[in-house]
Design a protein around this ligand. Sequence first.
Ligand SMILES: NC(=O)C1=CN([C@@H]2O[C@H](COP(=O)(O)OP(=O)(O)OC[C@H]3O[C@@H](n4cnc5c(N)ncnc54)[C@H](OP(=O)(O)O)[C@@H]3O)[C@@H](O)[C@H]2O)C=CC1
Ligand SMILES: O=C(O)CCC(=O)C(=O)O
Length: 450
Amino acid sequence: MTYIDELLDYLKRTSPGQEEFHQATEEVLHSLEPLFEKYPIYKENKILDRLVEPERQILFRVAWVDDSGEIQVNKGYRIEFSSTLGPYKGGLRFHPSVNTGIIKFLGFEQIFKNALTGLQIGGGKGGSDFDPKGKSDREIMKFCQAFMSELYRHIGATTDVPAGDIGVGGREIGYMFGMYKKLTNRYDGTFTGKSLKWGGSLARTEATGYGCVYFAKNMLEAKGETLKDKRCVVSGSGNVAIYTIEKLYHMGALPIACSDSAGMILDEEGIDLNLLKDLKENQRARLSEYVKYRKNAKYTPVTEYPKGRNAIWSIPCYAAFPSATQNELNLEDAKELLKNGCKCVSEGANMPSTNEAVDYFVEQKIAYGPGKAANAGGVATSQLEMAQNASMVSWTFEEVDAKLEQIMRNIFESVSTTAAEFGQPTNFVLGANIAGFRRVADAMIEQGIV
Ligand SMILES: NC(=O)C1=CN([C@@H]2O[C@H](COP(=O)(O)OP(=O)(O)OC[C@H]3O[C@@H](n4cnc5c(N)ncnc54)[C@H](OP(=O)(O)O)[C@@H]3O)[C@@H](O)[C@H]2O)C=CC1
Ligand SMILES: O=C(O)CCC(=O)C(=O)O
């Protein structure tokens, strides 16, 4: 057994039942093998043995009262993985599927993603199994306040800076920040993704989606290709998906499909972005409503998807942007995408492709941008929000967007140069994992055994 296999085996034995965490560690650790062969210093310093153990895991009870007066209890999590490069940084996810394995996979990925941005941010993630769907605004507020009544003591502008993720947007950040401020008597940059009215950064809302398209643009330019006039498919219809679609339009592409957890729409004339924003950002409606306004569009509910498949990946397209959730694209989906002419996959979501699908994309040498590189624009812009808060200035939308575009270009350069250095120039999974790992690992060596 190799050192890497032994470590993975150890993780499976000591953290049982955490499938998503095992999947993420398997992908990262295997692609680090060439680095470990060349530079024994990382094994000697047991960098990986240390990195796979979070520095701190906070699990807590969240008790709150719903509109009918009934007491509800949820689980709360904040997993502080690595502070080597800066304060723990990563979002909070509110979704009924949330468990330790999911928060650990997200926190683990966040270490390398944040390192790739070149900024001073460590890695962490948190959330709750609370389901925001169908809750009143008052219930959302009560839950956020109850969640914060414990979390406030573990976070701070220079220690741990949460943000949004699935189920957590501007509204939830507002309620959590309000409670944080009341409990701590501090007004600081402890959260990012704040409202523009009280400390948020322009372009943070757009950043993950925009960044993901910038990453695709960089990958395609390196092959002499562009997104102009190309059919694109985007899964999800939340924050990341909406602003991916917006940037695709800016680039002259044609986004024709998107989805939510209940189904997908196909609009051959191009998604009506204003309608989508109104449905999802204002009305908080289901995507099925879309076809009431766009008669030529087609809605397919998940109940009609072929078993074990995500039907959105069977739509012929040039580029695909998985932007909903983990493991939403499997090997069969990957094969069908490529069979239908897809040349580019840029991941807005975290770990949306199964490891088998990832291996297939890499083998086929398409322009494949793994989430930790392609969706790093969100967290990078969060750091820009922290920088503005700390220096009490506000940059214009154009300034932040220009910085974001430059950061995405730098990430692409670093990922592709590293992939070439290890003799696999089209393997951006290897490039992203090695480039991200090396930055954290070198800093860990300099900071000693802590
Ligand atoms: N927000 C950010 O800045 C960043 C987000 N990400 C990642 O991007 C992805 C999307 O996040 P974001 O857009 O912020 O979240 P949102 O909550 O805004 O939107 C999530 C979207 O994905 C769909 N979805 C969620 N869970 C599932 C599921 N189990 N099956 C099918 N569809 C699902 C939702 O549908 P429904 O409403 O029906 O549940 C919704 O359309 C996540 O993987 C997140 O970790 C990565 C980097 C930064
Ligand atoms: O903006 C942030 O701090 C975190 C974004 C996030 O959760 C992610 O990159 O997955």
